[in-house]
Design a protein around this ligand. Structure first.
Ligand SMILES: *Cc1c(COP(=O)(O)O)cnc(C)c1O
Length: 389
């Protein structure tokens, strides 16, 4: 059962039918080439989901299948993604406040990052399409994740990797048999090469920060609310690289509001590294477009995306929830990483960016945040990139 009604362009608003999108090599707007958003038939979903059963059964990625665009549930590709713990760590509560800090530990996904949520859906869609090779550009985690899920499904995988990608992550891709193409430039150039390759090779399926990935990613938002017994936290802190995670969290919450399972949005706070801050910069300067940054500089390589594909989505998520955009220095990121590790939660630098963003915002807004419930997404496992340890 697929409850997708249509797709709408983030930029120009043009709508596209599901059939038109199915036949696209690259899922972008036919008029202006921008990212497109999926719209669902909530009326039908509401009839399918029995609220009491939904609220009683344990949170796992595929529990939310009615919100996922899968044709045949018996053919999903799953390696046990999602269902990650939401950990309350009292020691992280800043002194003198009664804020509750919850860490959603996405590092425990099958390949060590939240990317597995999107990959499970993308590889499932690739199987539906009948194509044999998945192609993508990745700074590391997405490549490792798609490589693993492709190998599991018996498909080939080709990854374009910018030069700064961590060697552990490239090893992870290689171990799963992916073909690696090292590029000399940054992530945006790697992405261009992946798109060019797919255009000229019909048996390939492009994965990356396109609609299926954010659809798969949004289950992290359902899980957070579910794990809080359908209470809504006051803030969710989210790192922004390409913006797919941030947009996915927003979409997930919007879905739950649309079918009446929750009645308000948390404030979504997007966090970027100071050396790669195009979305936060747009937010601070009240701009509705995003200016790309060339040669971004940060040790948080997983969020080093100077020209974020889903940047407008991330910006909309901040604006529509009256949220915030925060930037943090590499030093603050490493400090946050060490602090989480001393509480037993080991993340790579990018995995600690959300918590670093919380610490930074809390310094300035202590009063407003003093008894709030705060969720920080810890996005990737520490073993993936042990910078400075
Ligand atoms: C991909 C990634 C991010 C950023 O997610 P986007 O969807 O690109 O914004 C953050 N942290 C880690 C560990 C990642 O792998």
């Amino acid at each position: 059962m697929v409850y997708v009604k249509q797709f709408r362009c983030f930029n120009c608003g043009r709508t596209h039918s599901p059939e038109a999108v199915r036949d696209m090599a690259i899922m972008r707007c036919m008029d202006c080439n921008s990212a497109i958003d999926v719209e669902y038939d909530y009326g039908s979903i509401k009839k399918t989901i029995l609220k009491d059963d939904f609220m009683r059964s344990a949170p796992t990625h595929w529990k939310y299948w009615a919100f996922l665009p899968v044709n045949d549930l018996s053919k999903i590709i799953s390696m046990g993604e999602g269902g990650t713990p939401l950990l309350e760590v009292a020691r992280l509560t800043p002194a003198g406040t009664s804020a509750r800090i919850l860490i959603k530990n996405e590092g425990v996904n099958p390949t060590g990052s939240f990317k597995d949520r999107g990959s499970a859906l993308e590889v499932t869609k690739a199987m539906e399409s009948g194509k044999g090779t998945l192609v993508l550009a990745s700074t590391g985690n997405m490549g490792a994740s798609v490589a693993a899920y492709s190998a599991f499904a018996g498909l080939r995988c080709r990854v374009y990797v910018p030069e700064f990608a961590s060697s552990q992550k490239v090893s992870q891709m290689k171990a799963h048999g992916a073909e690696i193409i090292r590029t000399n430039g940054d992530y945006s150039q790697a992405m261009q090469m992946a798109e060019d390759y797919v255009r000229s090779h019909p048996d390939t399926f492009l994965t990356g920060d396109y609609p299926w990935r954010s659809e798969g990613t949004k289950t992290v938002a359902y899980e957070i609310v579910d794990q809080m017994y359908f209470h809504v936290p006051d803030y969710i802190f989210i790192p922004i690289g390409n913006g797919t995670l941030m947009w996915g969290v927003y979409e997930g919450l919007r879905d739950l509001i649309s079918i009446g399972i929750i009645d308000r949005m948390p404030q979504l706070v997007g966090v970027q590294a100071q050396g790669c801050n195009p979305v936060v910069h747009a937010w601070e300067s009240k701009s509705h477009s995003i200016t790309a940054i060339h040669n971004p500089q940060t040790i948080a390589t997983a969020i080093s995306c100077g020209d974020p594909i889903q940047g407008l989505g991330a910006l909309a998520a901040i604006i529509n929830t009256r949220g915030n955009g925060v930037e943090v220095t590499d030093e603050e990121i490493l400090k946050a990483r060490d602090e989480l590790a001393l509480c037993g939660i080991f993340t790579e630098p990018s995995g600690a960016v959300a918590y670093a963003g919380f610490l930074s915002m809390h310094k300035k807004m202590q009063h407003e945040m003093k008894d709030k419930t705060i969720v920080c997404l810890a996005t990737g496992h520490g073993l993936k990139d042990m910078y400075g340890l």
